[in-house]
Ligand binder design. Sequence first.
Ligand SMILES: *Cc1c(COP(=O)(O)O)cnc(C)c1O
Length: 391
Amino acid sequence: MNDALMNTYKRLPATFARGEGSWLFDTDGKKYLDFTSGIAVNCLGHNHPTLVQAINRQAGRLLHTSNYFLSDVVPLFAQKLVEACAKGGMEKVFLANSGAEANEGACKIARKYSLLKYGAGRHTIVTLQGSFHGRTITTLSATGQEKFHKDFGPFTEGFVHIPGGDIKKLDATLDEKTVAGLWIEPVQGESGIVPQTADFVEAAAKLCRQRDILLMADEIQSGLGRTGTFLAIEQYMAEGKAVKADIVTLAKGISGGIPSGAVLAGEKACGVFAPGDHGSTFGGNPLAAAAGLVVLDTVDKSDFMAEIKRKGEKIMAGIRAWGHSGVKEVRGRGLMIGIDIEKEAWPVLEAGLGAGLLMLSGGTNTLRLLPPYTISDGEIEQGLEIMRGLL
Ligand SMILES: *Cc1c(COP(=O)(O)O)cnc(C)c1O
């Protein structure tokens, strides 16, 4: 059936036909509880009525204009997105279609900021081991995992990877003569849900500020409320104040399932792009903007973030309460949860599929859970019951 598709994904054997809330239905009508949200994309669950209505309405009004023109909905979305990221220090946004594309934009902004202020040669971007920044040649170059660094070279120059948590190494690497940016995922996603420590992020923010190196936060997986605050970086406090980034990237859940992405910048770097510097045919698409407005309005409701935190704690506490020898560690923030297990993760995903529970892996022995924000307590309990049986 899928012979026409290139062989790029190791897939689980299920073919889905439709979704409803936290549930997916395969072509035989079997239902599955979705603890993955399409890897943090379907953050409001499947077939969310307001989202579907907004997409339908926009599809009937205007799908696309090109960036020679504005549409009425795109500036509104941009404004709300910037407001939502204000606590993280953001002032302006460039709209893109995907995470990797947003991250390419982030690299361009950091390099141009440094070039304008300090001249050529100060272009290195420091990233962390275990990071994941995307699949384009440049974002692969930024990604600090060896397994991605084969077969596709030569890679883009000017990326250095250091271990997270190592403040000494960070201090030594952030050379103000050669480094333009430090790029972190406040909570690493792909490599198994690894939150950076508060000490490290605070030290990073301070060193970056002192040396005028841009602090870049890849919040493609951790943003949009996933961790219980709009941006995960808001949860880190330096000198009693929330850490502010200079550049933030978002994608995945930003339009609730429509392809979309964003690179935002704060005071320092939001003005470095001039007309002609950057662009994207589909970036700032009215359909993605209309969908994105629903996501922003939904997560903006009072108590919504507190509920994400509460549901995440409920899942983590539930797993810890098993006192189970098959579970080595449970960690996470909000509804972004990693579970180190004794077994290999992949066969557990396969068994989960059989039992009607969808999960992700994050490394060989780690399960990764990214349930929709709208999941109910009853669904959480059902999912935990299935997981307990599997482990
Ligand atoms: C998914 C992801 C990306 C890449 O996003 P794409 O939309 O797949 O290009 C980049 N960074 C992080 C942290 C991600 O989770």
